[in-house]
Design a protein around this ligand. Structure first.
Ligand code: ZN
Length: 507
């Protein structure tokens, strides 16, 4: 930490006049990024940003090296805000400014009249203060009601009258967000929601450093890295963004949802609240949560399925917050079960995903067809699709005919998400061929009842998702409802009826 407290001390420090006087924020970002690339090429530029290494990150690096203002175009929940906030890691760890200045004036080149007069009077005794990167980042969500006063500033007539200044004097300006972000990063989210005349004000600041407030010309040659985010369709829609502003945005960078299930799982695992306190004083292991891989996968595949489903609004997208919230709710439902049954381990099941519907339905913007069916119905369909795919990924080719037969011969079992593991394990053991199949999920007889029940339930849910067996709303698994024509056929007929489907997955 530099100890310079006055302008004189600052001159003698590493923040000399020659280094700082013309070094703008974009130069600072560029220099620090260059150092990172040169000295630590293998380290991620933005730690915690998953799945963008070959797509988004190189484009951002180029934009910063080009000293561009840039915009991230992407749908909800694509880590746009997170990336913009991470830009602070490329700022100097500390930055000197003239103490008491509302707009953090450069000690060697103050732009506000107060500071210019202060430096002229105090000279090398002018007091210096310091800012950390976090204090140099200002974020604003654009809405149609944002005004010039909010963003740039306002003129206070009372202040003017008291000071005896002309109205256009800088003393009378009450600074808005943009000047207060001077010498830092200013992020505007959802840029197209900003009214046209505010966009003009923004452009004028970026272009000329001049702006009009209530008709008075104010000179504000601010030093800012301005970054934006927007929904791609809003941004490209004609008339949403004034052309001169668009021209001043050097790079347009498209973000995207995770390209693979593995990337999605990694993001969700990182963002969801998974590591929780156990609630027991002597429990050093916390809640002893064990999250089965197939449960993680199903949760993630719900978001993937929703992004492809025509009942879900494409324009709005399906945020990564869907699997993140669902994951948290799934764990909570499993916790609730474990607590009420005094179970020592918390092991989520597929039924916990259905119990997590409140964390899913609100995250889906539905098209007309989806609205007609209802968010609850659409969400259940998505979960079922996700289960079918996860089942295929883990149990492809496994012969389940013995299990299906057990149900076809009249077997039934209820698996409530509230039921304790020991309570239902005996019942599951009665289903011939079921428990031995859990070895395909790396679960065997020596594992806990909780884990074995979860694995067996996944198999049954998978068979149900593929319509091999039935399940009602009380979570009673039974024989699949066969099309009427097929009922007369012999039970062991190997020919599956049309539409029965996916025979090869099972035999
Ligand atoms: Zn100042």
């Amino acid at each position: 930490m530099s100890v310079a407290r006055t302008l004189g001390e600052l001159r003698a420090s590493s923040f000399s006049q020659s280094r700082l006087v013309s070094r703008r924020v974009k130069d600072e970002l560029r220099e620090n990024l260059m150092t990172r690339l040169r000295e630590r090429p293998d380290e991620p530029i933005f730690p915690g940003i998953v799945g963008y290494d070959d797509t988004v990150v190189p484009q951002i690096v180029n934009a910063i090296l080009s000293r561009h203002n840039f915009i991230l175009l992407g749908l909800r929940g694509q880590a746009k805000s997170r990336i913009l906030r991470a830009l602070t890691t490329l700022l100097d760890p500390e930055m000197p400014y003239i103490a008491g200045c509302e707009i953090h004036d450069n000690p060697y080149a103050p732009i506000c009249r107060r500071c210019r007069e202060l430096v002229a009077k105090e000279k090398d005794a002018t007091p210096i203060a310091w800012l950390t990167p976090d204090h140099r980042y200002v974020e604003k969500l654009a809405t149609p009601d944002v005004t010039i006063a909010d963003l740039i500033g306002d003129i206070d007539p009372i202040k003017a009258a008291r000071g005896g200044h002309e109205l256009s004097s800088e003393f009378t300006v009450h600074y808005g967000l943009l000047p207060r972000a001077n010498r830092g990063i200013f992020a505007i989210n959802e840029l197209p929601d900003l009214a046209g005349k505010i966009q003009v004000g923004l452009f004028n600041i970026m272009q000329e450093g001049d702006v009009q407030i209530k008709g008075y010309p104010i000179r504000l040659p601010l030093d800012l890295a301005i970054v934006f985010s927007a929904n791609p369709e809003d941004y490209t829609a004609r008339g949403k963004i004034i052309t001169p502003l668009k021209d001043r945005i050097g790079s347009e960078i498209r973000t995207h949802y995770p390209a693979t299930i593995e990337d999605g799982i990694a993001i969700t695992a990182q963002e969801a609240w998974i590591h929780r306190e156990g609630g027991r004083e002597n429990d050093r292991n916390g809640s002893r949560l064990h999250m089965p891989k197939y449960v993680q996968e199903v949760i993630e595949r719900i978001a993937f399925a929703a992004r492809e489903d025509k009942k879900v609004d494409k324009r709005s997208g399906v945020s990564q917050r869907l699997p993140i919230s669902a994951m948290e709710n799934v764990i909570s439902n499993a916790e609730r079960r474990a607590l009420t049954h005094q179970e020592n381990v918390v092991i989520p099941r597929i039924s916990d995903i259905y119990a997590a519907l409140p964390a899913i339905t609100g995250k889906l913007e539905l098209e007309y067809e989806g609205e007609m069916k209802g968010a609850d119905h659409v969400s259940r369909e998505l979960i079922r699709t996700a289960i079918a795919k996860a089942y295929d990924a883990h149990l492809h080719g496994a012969n389940m005919s013995q299990i299906v037969q057990w149900f076809d011969l009249g077997g039934e079992i209820q698996l409530s998400d509230n039921a304790g593991a020991r309570e239902v394990l005996d019942g599951l053991n009665q289903i011939q061929g079921l428990m031995e199949k859990t070895t395909k999920l790396n679960v065997g007889p020596k594992d806990s009842a909780e884990l074995r029940v979860s694995a067996a339930e996944f198999i049954l849910e998978g068979l149900h998702a593929h319509k091999k067996i039935g399940r009602n709303e009380e979570r009673v698994f039974a024989a699949a409802e066969k099309p009427a024509k097929v009922i007369e056929k012999p039970v062991f007929d190997q020919d599956e009826p049309p539409g029965y489907g996916r025979k090869r997955s099972f035999n």
